[in-house]
Design a protein around this ligand. Sequence first.
Ligand code: AMP
Ligand code: MG
Length: 562
Amino acid sequence: MNKTTASITSAKKPISLNDLCFDNRFVRELPGDPETENFCRQVEGAYYSFVKPAVTVNPSLVAYSSSVASLFDLSDDSGKSEQFVRVFSGNELLPSMQPFSMCYGGHQFGNWAGQLGDGRAINLGEVINQHGERWYLQLKGAGITPYSRNADGLAVLRSSVREFLCSEAMHYLGVPTTRALSLTLTGDTVVRDMFYDGNAKPELGAVVCRVAPSFTRFGNFQLPASRGDIDLVKKLVDYTITTDFSDSFPGIVEPTKDNILQWYQEVSERTLEMVLHWMRVGFVHGVMNTDNMSILGLTIDYGPYGWLENYDPTWTPNTTDASNRRYRFEHQPQIAHWNLLQLANTILPLVDDENSDEGRKVLEATLNQFAENYQARHLVMQLEKLGLKPLAEEQAILEEKQSDAVLIKDLLTLLQSVETDMTLFYRCLAEVDVMSSRGLTSGSYESILADIYYQPDQITEEYSLQLHQWLERYAKRCESEGLTNIERKQIMNAINPLYVLRNYLSQTAIDKAENGDFSGVEELMEVLKTPYTEQEGKSHLAEKRPEWARHRAGCSMLSCSS
Ligand code: AMP
Ligand code: MG
């Protein structure tokens, strides 16, 4: 092989904004809305409407992710330029951008809501990097679109900080997610009634530029299906299989029924993977409506999300969902399954016909498989959090049947019986000496676990006994792994993060940012880049929630107002 050519093709040369290469395939290949005026309407027969971002009074940069910029080769200099701020606040369009908003519907809190669409998201275009990878650039909060219904198309600083930080934090945790390139202030104010209690007040307007290989949602397919426009559904299914899923379907130009069924299986697997990660790191999405489900299995639409602090599987941060708790932590896998069922119903007409119900059966089997796979993978994930590998089947039968499942179940019960910080529990457990020849003594773990409880006075003798017994079982189970304490700790710390975007940490950074001090955002962004590694001088970002934050808005509960 010619050495020079090899090095030229693999090196990525940083480029400037004006050199970005756009190829707007979505709008080129899919039907669009012929109406180009920007007013609210029902849009039929189309997947998008062209719309321009609003001009703002005085845009300025709050935060920027150079790692996201590098996804599409943008140089660091360009990322710090004035033009960058203008472009990513919606005030300047680059020549090949074709801004548009997407048309979709969705089930909200279990009910069909009809047309929703990008009410405040505007795609600038699809940029192709020097390796031929494609990234959509999308502004959130850049003004009204045909899908804004009766809202203003804008976003405020607090929700934009939350979206920006969490997208990046999730990425570095290894959770599939949309990314965030930039966070800008618009210079305009936006009026919001944060608690929906009649106390509206002006807040700082902001725009986040989100980046993803695709922003297609389950709801994009659902809307035309709900209107009986199966041809339109087929167009997007074919488009998605041949573009977003081209790696899995190389060379396919016209997907067959079998391809569609295989594609659905892949969507189901990706969705499972995403939710499993959420459960691993203690993330609660908060609004798992079908319009917030990415077809690529990416975490999308960071609204009233939250992180479990004390391990409470019934917790949801979303005040709008406080009574039903449909989207509570423990319910997320079932909701993912329910959402996949809605997607299956949407594509059923494409895979079924009068003479055969083979297609329906495959869809049903995929859904059943989701449930089975989830259970099995959840157990493996929980074991991995403990530094354990699943027992081989024969061994599992020899050891009491299902003993690992019981070990996990008992642990999760224990974590709930006294308010215990989930994140700290796993990090501290990694420190406990489970190999001592003297056996497990309370002295060997009490001080290590001392700081993980929110209400230490809840600790009873019975709890202490149960904890001790559980740790003894755990220590015994660890024997079968043949690991030293140090090895086990390394394995556990690679899967259990030390730093997560605790609700009160975001709120503290937001409080500062609202006063013009962005250092809190920057500090979190930096630390959350290596969430599994202890960082010097950053222990204050790994602490459990302080008591003042227990009931403070933004720290424990969030409304959808953003
Ligand atoms: P979400 O709960 O963020 O997924 O939003 C549900 C729907 O409401 C989507 O169609 C959003 O685009 C739309 N939406 C939310 N906030 C606004 C806003 N401030 N202006 C216009 N549309 C909005
Ligand atoms: Mg949404």
